[in-house]
Design a protein around this ligand. Structure first.
Ligand SMILES: [Fe+2]
Length: 275
């Protein structure tokens, strides 16, 4: 709370005032007037003056404690799956209601990034019953939660296991790393997606990242809609938060002839294989 000077009571601009207790305030060093180091300028309002150099010296000589250490990732507070769901479901349902089966990019990106913004706070999630997946040797999958508007799939990759590159045509994904590491690559077709196309199709890689615990990778339907994973030497485990926007359809696998070290966005060729 600030005290207001009464009419006619002169208070120097550099004076700092407050009620009841004295306060410290800088004093001009070239004043010719004798200065009372502490004066009551109004009943109950006391001003104390200190020199500017004195304040600087005090600041320099003040004892400094050790810098606060940032917590390591494993020390940060994390959400349980239930806490995550309580937090994210209301906004996810609202945003999902605005998405078409073929969503526009901005709306879909907003939805997925909102999911991701909550998912980065997730802690570990208990491993549900897993079964072998047809997406690759050493790939297991199960469900941690299913409801509206998404399902939370739980996957585990043995060391070196690969999830074959495939296109998402009716459900987008927010992938969350929980354990280990995997390289994730995302692709899209240069032309509008047509998985019935026979012969080579032009594609490009849109992302390549190492997915580690608390890492996020997004697979929208509107762009970058293919992904494939390759587990590191310790294997990997994570979640696919999958939101179905259209009718179920067979999964198109992309058999790609990708030159080693091809830069992101470079033209590549592949063929579709439907299962
Ligand atoms: Fe997928």
């Amino acid at each position: 709370m600030h005290a207001s000077p009464t009419r006619g009571a002169a208070v120097r601009p550099r004076d700092e005032i407050r009620s009841q207790d004295p306060v410290d305030t800088p004093e001009p060093s070239n004043t010719a007037e004798p200065v009372d180091p502490e004066a009551e300028v109004e009943p109950g309002v006391v001003v104390r003056r200190r020199s500017f150099f004195g304040l600087c010296a005090a600041a320099l000589l003040a004892p400094r404690g050790p810098r606060a250490r940032l917590p390591r990732p494993e020390e940060e507070p994390r959400l349980t799956l239930d806490e995550f769901l309580d937090e994210v479901l209301p906004v996810a349902r609202e945003l999902r209601a605005g998405l078409a089966a073929r969503p526009v990019r901005a709306a879909e990106d907003r939805y997925l990034h909102v999911l991701a913004a909550h998912a980065v706070r997730l802690g570990d999630v208990a491993v549900p019953e897993l079964r072998a997946s047809s997406q690759g040797d050493g790939v297991e999958i199960g469900a941690s939660w299913a409801g509206d508007p998404f399902v939370v799939l739980h996957w585990r990759l043995r060391p070196g296991a690969r999830v074959s590159i495939h296109a998402h045509t009716y459900g987008n994904v927010c992938t969350v790393g929980l354990e280990g590491r995997a390289v994730v690559r995302n692709y899209e077709t240069v032309e509008p997606l047509d998985t019935s196309a026979e012969g080579p199709v032009a594609v490009r890689r849109t992302a390549e990242q190492v997915l580690d615990p608390h890492g996020i990778n997004l697979v929208p339907l509107s762009h970058g809609f293919c992904h494939g994973l390759e587990a590191g030497p310790d294997g990997a485990r994570g979640l696919d938060i999958t939101t179905r926007l259209g009718e179920r359809a067979p999964t198109p696998y992309l058999e790609l002839d990708e030159p080693a070290g091809a830069p992101a966005g470079a033209p590549l060729r592949g063929r579709w294989r439907l299962e």
